[in-house]
Design a protein around this ligand. Sequence first.
Ligand code: SAH
Length: 223
Amino acid sequence: MSEPTPPTVQDEARWALIFALQQEGVRDREVLDAMEATPRKLFLDGIFRARAYENIPLPISCGQTISQPSVVGLMTQALQVDRRCKVLEIGAGSGYQAGVLSHLARRVYTIERHRPLARQARAALQEMGADNVTVVTGDGTSGLPEQAPFDRIIVTAAAEDPPSILLEQLRVGGIMVLPVGQSDTVQHLIKVIKTADGLEYSELGDVRFVPLLEGVAEDIADG
Ligand code: SAH
């Protein structure tokens, strides 16, 4: 019988990250498993790959950031996704959050306003085998009317208020999680539940995200 392969430094870093997520309050076993099954290094470039399993946000192309893993975990946990859910994400960025959601949801649509980022996200998601995710280049403030309504909506860029167009595209009984507040100050992570009688809001803590901007970006370098 052959000896089991010893864990690599990267295996150990991945386990340490899962432990850090639990310390930060990510307790849902399915969310932890989804994060363990999503190699964050696929969503990073060059020198940042070596730091993929640290619990920190990191730079990605087009001046944007991949979120801190514990924030991804807490937002995913708050979204309460199950296999029946059709999920919309605004702000694909690297595609990492969408990759985590792909393990939990039936279908994921994610919108990105920077074309080069959308292209990279698509490639990374394909490499990880996330075939239930569609990356759309466009302005997420309009949502995705042709696929609405959604069971869950997650916004990973900060708006001053929950965008009403997105609330309209949320199914009754659906959940939306998003950061709200000015982009250069502390923002609040909000959970909105849409009921037959209206909207129920709860606050999940403070976060810091790049701003939700209108329109598709005019990227000079389209690579
Ligand atoms: N969820 C990402 C992190 C997102 S950073 C990840 O897992 O890596 C926020 C992203 O939102 C940025 O890439 C930014 O370009 C994008 N964004 C901002 N406003 C947007 C809009 N109106 N429509 C689509 N994407 C938007």
